[in-house]
Ligand binder design. Structure first.
Ligand SMILES: [Zn+2]
Length: 238
């Protein structure tokens, strides 16, 4: 389900985040004797991010299973004065809750960037929780090459525009811009647009955008076009 740059993940689609379950419940409620972590533990997982998301920032909503102190026994794992095992949590003192969390992916994240979700790690014995760190894995982009904060892209341009000059529409990771190119622009020429590259994480500045001109030669020439190109050729050859 996509819309407005927001992706909603459900259990089936959670991919790498599925590991969170394993991590959360390791040593907890596995049928054997209950072992609890004395200290809260941080968890780490991978979040896959597209270049478009890293460029503009994004937010995603996840459903994940979270540990809470068992409300029935208040975490003791026992019920009543006789010390029976609490029926709600089976003696673990904690229960699993499905929780919806919104993850903000800040503009400018790169491979290896860490997004911290405070309190979404493993619960320690005292009930305090560690944090969950999502480590960014950048997905490759079809249209852009990223070198640190700089972006490189090809702009297809008609033969006539490279010869006569004109405006070229360049698609950005978000939005478009119009690039004016001079007459007789050579195929493969690169134009640098300062400050139009990737945002620098937390800095409010931007890298540069490099646009390489890729001239598109016409095909399926009509007899008349062929005749005119032949004329152009003879003009050149004198
Ligand atoms: Zn309980």
């Amino acid at each position: 389900q996509q819309g407005g740059g927001q992706t909603t993940f459900d259990y089936e689609d959670m991919g790498d985040l599925g590991d969170i379950f394993d991590n959360l419940f390791r040593g907890f409620n596995q049928g054997g004797p209950t072992q609890q972590f004395a200290r809260p533990k941080n968890l780490q997982n991978t979040i896959e991010v597209t270049l478009e998301e890293a460029y503009a920032g994004a937010s995603r909503t996840f459903q994940l299973q979270s540990e809470e102190i068992c409300p029935t026994c208040g975490g003791s794992g026992k019920s009543g004065t006789r010390g029976n095992i609490c029926p709600s949590c089976g003696g673990a003192g904690r229960v699993a809750r499905v929780k919806r969390i919104e993850v903000k992916i800040p503009a400018g994240v790169a491979e290896g960037s860490k997004i911290r979700l405070a309190g979404e790690g493993t619960m320690g014995r005292g009930g305090s929780k560690g944090d969950l760190y999502l480590v960014v894995k950048m997905l490759p982009s079809k249209n852009f090459e990223r070198k640190v904060d700089d972006l490189y892209t090809d702009a297809p341009v008609s033969l006539y525009t490279v010869l006569l000059g004109g405006e070229v529409e360049v698609t950005l990771p978000k939005g478009r811009l119009a690039l004016k190119i001079p007459a007789e622009t050579q195929n493969g020429n690169v134009f640098k647009l300062t400050g139009k590259g990737m945002p620098r994480l937390g800095k409010g500045t931007y890298g540069d955008l490099y646009i390489r001109i890729k001239a598109i030669l016409p095909t399926k020439l009509s007899p008349q076009e062929k005749q005119l190109y032949a004329q152009l050729k003879s003009l050149r050859q004198g």
